[in-house]
Design a protein around this ligand. Structure first.
Ligand SMILES: O=C(CO)[C@H](O)[C@H](O)COP(=O)(O)O
Ligand SMILES: [Fe+2]
Length: 231
């Protein structure tokens, strides 16, 4: 699979969401738009919910990648599929029944994805990987944009890529938090193929150019990485 760049609207102007979405759309633009849903319980911040995702889905052709940093995703995640999300990520630490939830998200027609906070290891979830379309490794503590990338997550990205290869799975490996021109190559080399970037895209003078440039960097590193040979 080609590398994918998913700008996070957490760093966009919330009063101009439709325009901000359009600013990164187009043939060489965002593969997905990353939508951070925070409930001030699972994380100490509050962003947006189902009605805004519904409006955003109508306002852009770019598919929505909803990252749910919320308690009780078992109850809420299916509603984000109904709101128009093409991919829904719930947190392993919050889901009561992750297998049942992933199956429900898929049955409703979206890609099912699970996220791990920095202190959550991948190993207990090895047997669940076939139930997922994407695994998200957080490279900051979830809750806020603009934080520094945690280099200590690189071994977890590598181990996860090894598990994906070992089981011959197609699932995508996403990284989220502090991904920028300075850090994206390390993530790509370690085995990530889907890159969320908030401040590195919406903090740039030209967000569309930032997407293109990040993709070029990641693709070059992926092509020269050992893990990509059997990808
Ligand atoms: O999930 C998130 C934070 O919890 C965001 O997606 C992430 O932080 C993106 O912002 P940046 O690229 O500026 O770190
Ligand atoms: Fe996110």
């Amino acid at each position: 699979m080609a590398v994918q760049i998913n700008p996070s609207i957490l760093s966009a102007d919330f009063a101009r969401l439709a325009d901000e979405a359009k600013s990164v759309s187009g043939p060489e633009g965002a593969d997905w738009l990353h939508v951070d849903v925070m409930d001030n319980h699972f994380v100490p911040n509050l962003t947006l919910g189902v009605p805004i995702v519904e409006s955003l889905a109508r306002a852009t052709d770019t598919p929505l990648d909803c990252h749910l940093m919320i308690e009780d995703p078992d109850r809420w995640a299916p509603q984000y599929v109904e709101a128009g999300a093409g991919s829904v990520t719930f947190h392993a630490e919050a889901a009561a029944a992750p297998v049942r939830l992933a199956r429900e998200i898929r049955a409703k027609g979206a890609r099912a994805s699970m996220a791990l906070k920095p202190a959550t290891p991948i190993e207990p979830y090895e047997d669940l990987l076939p139930e997922l379309d994407m695994l998200l490794i957080m490279t900051v503590e979830p809750g806020f944009g603009g934080q520094a990338f945690l280099d200590i997550m690189l071994p977890k990205i590598r181990r996860t890529r090894e598990l994906i290869s070992k089981h011959g799975l197609q699932l995508w490996l996403q990284v989220d938090g502090g991904v920028s021109a300075d850090t994206i190559e390390r993530c790509a080399e370690a085995g990530a193929d889907v890159f969320v970037a908030g401040s590195a895209v919406y903090g740039a003078t030209d967000p569309a150019e930032a997407v293109r440039s990040l993709r070029t960097q990641a693709a070059a590193k992926t092509a020269s990485s050992a893990w990509a040979c059997d990808h």
